[in-house]
Design a binder for this molecule. Structure first.
Ligand code: T4K
Length: 379
């Protein structure tokens, strides 16, 4: 008899993620203030408070808030005046490369490491040309890149080092925020992230002079009422976003704790299943944020392919996602970008990867049921 038939599909869809919603009354208190003072955007008082609290939270001096992570990244690149070629990963959300494209920068796709899917420093070094100006690395799924090796390459070759830290909010290395690495780090506060501001983004950078530049760029280039000093755009964070971000900040430890419990349970139930692999947890010196729970399906060992499992889960109302498949270099708009490296690891991972549901409101008994469906999916 087919074992899996005995497991009932979920009545409500289980998505790969759901946003955490802070207590409504806390948000409403802030809304009353916004209603009262009628200041909705353009560096309002809530954003100013939020910015200050975020600086304290991360223990950093220089930050700038944006209406989303994509524009933050685009503007950061423009602020640093990056041109020519930038070495980057094909294993990310497509916005990473789009931000280069919008700055007329040529992406150079480079392979990743097999364990945590971040840029492989050896491959990065091999991809450097006279036109290379920067490395754009991604802490994909919140796993820190090989920070020391990348910093060493950047220093030796005089390149800028930029981190797309969209997934890495809350990650620390030896107690220091991951935001404190590189020439800047970009964080996304999109609704699907473990910590969000409805939509939102943030740049963190060590050099205070970048602040003036990015603040102009995100506000049409205005220096004051009558002076426009550069052709900027509109990428400001509004007061509703700032309020959500501010309200959420104190919940971050609690959100990470729950995700850790979910991760532990997935590992406990899935680790002995042949053909299922997952990245090792980062070493002890890293406070990980458990942003995603990616697994790799080896069809030979597991019995069905990643795509068959993905479809099977849907029958049970479970909507896992193939983050990140296809690789960015395989999207129509980037297919013509020359790729020197065969991207062997990235191609393999993209074929096998599946991100399982993980979010604050996911109950542990639901995680067990998802694991049961996976376990019996090959029967
Ligand atoms: N760099 C990296 C490495 C990134 O991952 C991202 C964004 C960026 C840059 C750009 O940052 P932003 O400009 O977005 O700030 C989602 C997110 O839209 C995207 O922000 C995120 N990465 C990417 C990894 O995931 P989709 O197309 O998978 O989202 P969607 O709408 O299919 O949502 C996934 C699931 O989440 C839904 O099935 C249900 C649930 N959901 C979603 C939303 C929007 C909710 O329950 N409520 C919601 O409001 O891209």
């Amino acid at each position: 008899m087919n074992g899996v038939k005995k497991i009932k599909p979920f009545e409500e869809p289980i998505y790969v993620t759901r946003p955490f919603m802070p207590p409504l009354d806390e948000f409403c208190q802030g809304l009353e203030e916004i209603w009262e003072n009628k200041w909705l955007t353009n560096n309002g008082p809530v954003l100013q408070r939020y910015t200050k609290e975020m600086k304290d939270f991360l223990d950093v001096e220089n930050i700038s808030m944006f209406n989303n992570g994509t524009l933050a990244l685009q503007i950061g690149l423009q602020g640093l005046e990056i041109t020519g070629e930038v070495i980057t990963t094909p294993f990310s959300f497509v916005a990473t490369t789009h931000a280069l494209h919008w700055n007329k920068i040529r992406p150079v796709f480079c392979d990743i490491e097999p364990d945590h899917y971040t840029l492989d420093p050896e491959k990065v070094e091999a991809a450097i040309t006279p036109w290379t100006t920067a490395i754009l690395a991604v802490h994909v799924f919140g796993y820190p890149c090989n920070l020391e090796a990348l910093a060493d390459i950047a220093r030796r070759h005089n390149l800028k080092l930029i981190y797309d830290a969209a997934h890495a909010f809350g990650v620390k290395i030896d107690g220091k925020s991951i935001a404190q690495y590189g020439d800047f780090s970009m964080f996304s506060f999109h609704a699907t992230k473990l910590y969000h501001s409805l939509e939102g983004g943030m740049l963190v950078f060590p050099n205070p002079s970048l602040k003036t530049e990015v603040e102009y760029l995100k506000n049409f280039g205005f220096k004051n009422e009558v002076e426009v000093v550069m052709p900027g755009t509109n990428a400001k964070m509004n007061e509703m976003q700032a309020l959500m971000g501010l309200t959420m900040l104190k919940y971050v430890p609690q959100l990470i704790k729950k995700r850790r419990a979910i991760t532990d349970l997935y590992i406990e139930h899935l680790q002995s299943i042949p053909g299922i692999h997952f990245p090792p947890l980062p070493p002890d010196k890293i406070d990980y944020n458990y942003a995603y729970f990616p697994i790799e399906i080896d069809e030979q060992g597991f019995g069905i392919s990643r795509d068959q499992l993905y479809e099977k889960l849907k029958e049970y109302n479970i909507f896992a996602r193939r983050y990140f498949y296809p690789l960015i270099c395989d999207f129509a708009c980037y297919r013509n970008v020359p790729v020197a490296d065969p991207l062997k690891t990235a191609r393999g991972v993209a074929e096998r990867i599946l991100s399982l549901p993980i979010y604050y409101d996911l109950e542990l008994h639901q995680v067990e049921r998802i694991c049961d469906v996976i376990k019996f999916s090959t029967y």
